[in-house]
Design a protein around this ligand. Sequence first.
Ligand code: AHR
Length: 662
Amino acid sequence: MKSIWNLIAFILLLAVYSPNLLTGQTTHQLMVDVSQSKAKIQPTMYGVFFEDINFAADGGLYAEMVKNRSFEFTLPKMGWLQPKSDRHSLNLNSGMGTIIKTEGNPANRNYLSVQVNNPEGYELINEGFRAMGIKANAKYDVSFHAAQQEGNITGVRFQLVTKDGKVIGETMVSPKGSEWKVYEAVITATETAEKAHLKITFDGKGTIDMDMISLFPQDTWKGRKKGLRKDLVQLLYDLKPGFLRFPGGCIVEGRTLARRYQWKKTVGPIEERELLVNRWNTEFAHRLTPDYYQSFGLGFFEYFQLSEDLGAEPMPILSCGMACQFNTGELVPMEELDPYVQDALDLIEFANGDVSTGWGKLRADMGHPEPFNMKYIGIGNEQWGPEYIKRYKVFEKAIKEKYPEIVIISGSGPFPDGEHFEFGMEELVKIDAEIVDEHYYRPPEWFRENATRYDSYDRNGPKIFAGEYAAQSVAIASPDNKNNWNCALSEAAYMTGLERNADLVVMTSYAPLMAHAEGWQWTPDMIWFNNLESYGTANYYVQKMYSNNAGTDLLSITQNGKAVTGEQQLFASAVKDANTNELIIKVANTSDKEQMINVSVKGDKPSGKAKVFTMATDDMEAVNSFEMPKKISPKESTAELKRGVLAATVPSHAFVVYRIKL
Ligand code: AHR
């Protein structure tokens, strides 16, 4: 009897003092050295990459709710419905909307000429970007340009209408005179509706010309008129991004050179910004989006302003004279490269130039006399082959001659390995490129297996920008890819490798950033939204855990003197935040078993409690959604430090951040 009690007592002691002897688990004895900074963590380490893909700008961040407001789409009435008009019979009792081309501004040629013969017989409806999201009690700014041509149209009525036809807000404007004028009015919504549209009707008879018909919520980011969607900018702001890469991506390159992104066409008065068909419009047969255009309402001025708002370094990317090599691969001849180079020089002047310079003056006229202090510029996006290197050298020479302080980012193509990558890297090393952008869209396993990717990179070569990456749950650009926990956790594990190599890797960003739930072309994406709501994916919260815990100094964290890079599926990195005097440890456990860690601290004896932020679930397919936007997101707790040692259990399939006061 006595021996049974002895046995029970022994088991209890074991359970308290050495639980892993019972479970068969090992405890990872980790050592962090806080006495030595291995490298500075660059403030740019964790940034964001914005591209107008998936309705990210028009239909997304740019809060305009009217699609094709200026009638410049290839089909000028796309997005506009005239349910009461019969286009085949000239029924005089119905109104007729007609598109007329003017000789005027080539950037905005078309307008709508509305002939109203019977006010009851005509209505014009804009469907919005997959409808319009309207919020009860919110105010909406209506604006339009108009000129009365003949007759007497006494009123133009704007109504917000639900899909069942219920009017949930309206306003009336009285147009006057045959000169083009801008009219403005406000609608206050009485109800919330995710699928509303804008209906326009007329009082009186006659012909009125209309253009730039626009509807914006007043409640935009920073309350700016005709500004950006507040909830989406807030999600970006919360990431505390170190930089904002813009505008792409393949959108920089265009399918053809004529359709490349040209920043000069995106600044100045909004009505003079020439519309461009979005290059993602019909890129994927499985996700055709023929109504996807770039209005450039979110142009380069708004981009610099957004960077400033976010506290992020602007990082514009420009065409290097090569159209997308997945499409035409059209090349500008070397002797015609000058205008492209000039665009780069002029952009620097636009961002940083004194107000006495031409482009600096335009910036000032647009409302920002102070320079934006742009420090980086990217030449080309995902180009590959000798033609890229040839063109890159020309840009580099011209930029460095005029602006030696600007840091230039070059590209190594679309893949993280293979012939194109090897060639590009070799050439860029030869010419002492400053920062090289690498892209990897790979399966989750790749991320877990490549946490040591940068350990062996030459420290005398270019710095690295991990500019576009995301784990693909099915295959690259497959419409079935999901932002699931398997992908997000694999990225978290991989990112310990980015952080461990922060002496070399100076910038990183997930891609793509945003997607409209009904207007997307590419998945996975970090943030999803519809016309009313938005949420961050599990991948978003992984990024946020890194960027909100970026620290200032890289520390070594080892097990038996070696970096923690996936042995027993445990990954770790550590930094110090010199501003708050905290040690920050990031641990990813990709195994299906919880793992114990004892972290000793060389150079300090912390006490008290560590703050712990944990993302964990054993459901590897789990995703966040509009219904459960924070299903996978960090949960906060604490852990006791005993005699300066953090003894913690890392749950299975978990990413954990520990913050310890030194
Ligand atoms: O992020 C989507 C696309 O992937 C980018 O436009 C391009 O750079 C890459 O191929």
